[in-house]
Design a protein around this ligand. Structure first.
Ligand code: PLP
Length: 405
């Protein structure tokens, strides 16, 4: 036997498929349909062309500039891009006769009133890693223990149980309520009894439903301050409520976020946590026990450039939200049951057509959507929101498929 016994217990995550047989329109992995902003492209070009010597050197081990830029982004947007206010300097009163400001003037970005963070997020509250998947892995290692069961919703990000298996951490799942929302009461009760901590995505996946900040605050007030409380905000920029303001009052709260969805950066592999400097240090200790260098130098440079241009990403998020609302209405008018989404995807089902059948027929039309073989949600498909052009093609495909059956 050349493999370890541990290997038998591994059940790796299965990502959305990436077939090579033809050029599908990919609406199955919740990626952003828009490219990163021009400044990100420029930053990468500049790095490679003008600083090739840095390719031969280790990157900044503390990712200082990136963490400062992430903190700045959160302070400017309140952690919810689609609602952030963008004012171009041209709109700011300009004295008569003065030449109109150059088109390149940086727009001013401020949080929507409801998203204002009542303190300043500082760089020492940020830890970043190779996608939030890696960040989550270190968070699991740091805060969940083999001696106590943690709790999560029955249907949520399917990577959580994979990590639980990998680290041999016991867990329980709590069924969602009839309306597919989280059963916060049952989750809290479990946490109080087992003292193993809580994790959920907010907004949740694959449902797309979110809890209000006040609902999470109530949970934190009732949970023990000695147990870890993890909120995964991968999708919050598309219309959820960020829990970052709650960090002022709760020292057991860890918020996980990613560049992969709202920052058009799934290929960059950048994720981060926002938490107290103490808990950031704890995660750093785990990280430095595995691979002590941080994300690579190009990801640091391109991630920083993304954070410094929130106006572009706010616009992308708004476009995605508009298309989402439009496709939501399309599905309703075609007899689907659809959950009201606060994310960049829709979770829907239609009587008479199973999730995998719909998925297969749409695939034959050249578009990929996602379905799940998981018991209880087999009837659903999860549709990532793309550009207007992509969604128009998807509508045509849906109409054809529905007419045929
Ligand atoms: C996409 C996603 C992630 C992973 O993001 P990466 O940063 O690309 O690893 C984490 N959590 C949830 C809920 C997600 O949907």
């Amino acid at each position: 036997m050349i493999t370890s016994n541990r290997l038998k217990n591994l059940h790796p995550y299965v990502p959305g498929e990436q077939p090579k047989d033809r050029d599908y329109i990919k609406l199955n992995a919740n990626e952003n349909p828009y490219p990163p902003c021009p400044q990100v492209q420029q930053a990468v070009i500049d790095f490679v062309q003008n600083h090739p010597e840095k390719m031969g050197l280790y990157p900044d081990p503390d990712s200082n500039e990136l963490h400062a830029a992430i903190a700045d982004l959160l302070n400017k947007t309140g952690g919810v891009l689609c609602r952030a206010r963008v004012t171009t300097p041209a709109e700011v009163a300009t004295p008569a006769n003065e030449a109109t400001p150059a088109a390149s003037a940086t727009p001013l970005v401020t949080p929507a009133p409801e998203d204002v963070i009542p303190f300043t997020v500082t760089p020492d509250m940020i830890y970043s890693g190779n996608g939030s998947d890696e960040v989550l892995s270190f968070v699991f290692y740091a805060f969940f223990d083999s001696s106590a069961k943690f709790v999560m919703p029955q249907y949520t990000y399917s990577f959580y149980p994979v990590y639980a298996g990998f680290y041999n951490i016991p867990m329980d799942t709590i069924p969602l309520k009839n309306d597919w929302s989280l059963d916060t009461k049952a989750m809290l009760e479990h946490a109080r009894t087992n003292k193993g901590g809580i994790i959920f995505a907010n907004p949740n996946a694959p449902t797309g439903l979110g809890l209000k900040r006040d609902q999470v605050r109530k949970m934190l007030e009732e949970a023990s301050p000695d147990e870890i409380f993890i909120v995964d905000e991968a999708y919050v920029d598309f219309g959820g409520e960020s829990c970052i303001p709650l960090l002022a009052d709760f020292k057991n709260l860890v918020i996980v976020r990613t560049f992969s969805k709202s920052l058009c950066g799934a290929g960059q592999r950048l994720g981060y946590i926002v938490s107290s400097p103490e808990l950031v240090n704890v995660v750093t200790t785990v990280k430095n026990s595995v691979n002590h260098f941080p994300i690579d130098a190009i990801a640091q440079v391109s991630g920083k450039a993304a954070c410094l241009n929130p106006a572009y990403y706010a616009e992308c998020a708004r476009k995605v939200v508009n298309e989402r609302e439009d496709f939501y209405n399309f599905l309703l008018s075609h007899g689907f049951y659809v959950l009201k989404s606060e994310t960049n995807f829709l979770f829907a089902k239609k009587e008479g057509i199973a999730g995998d059948e719909l998925y297969r027929k749409i695939k034959a039309e050249g578009l990929l959507i996602r379905h799940f073989n998981t018991k209880g949600i087999e009837d659903f498909v999860r549709i990532t929101i793309g550009t207007k052009e992509q969604m128009d093609l998807l509508k045509k495909a849906f109409e054809k498929v529905l007419n045929d059956c």
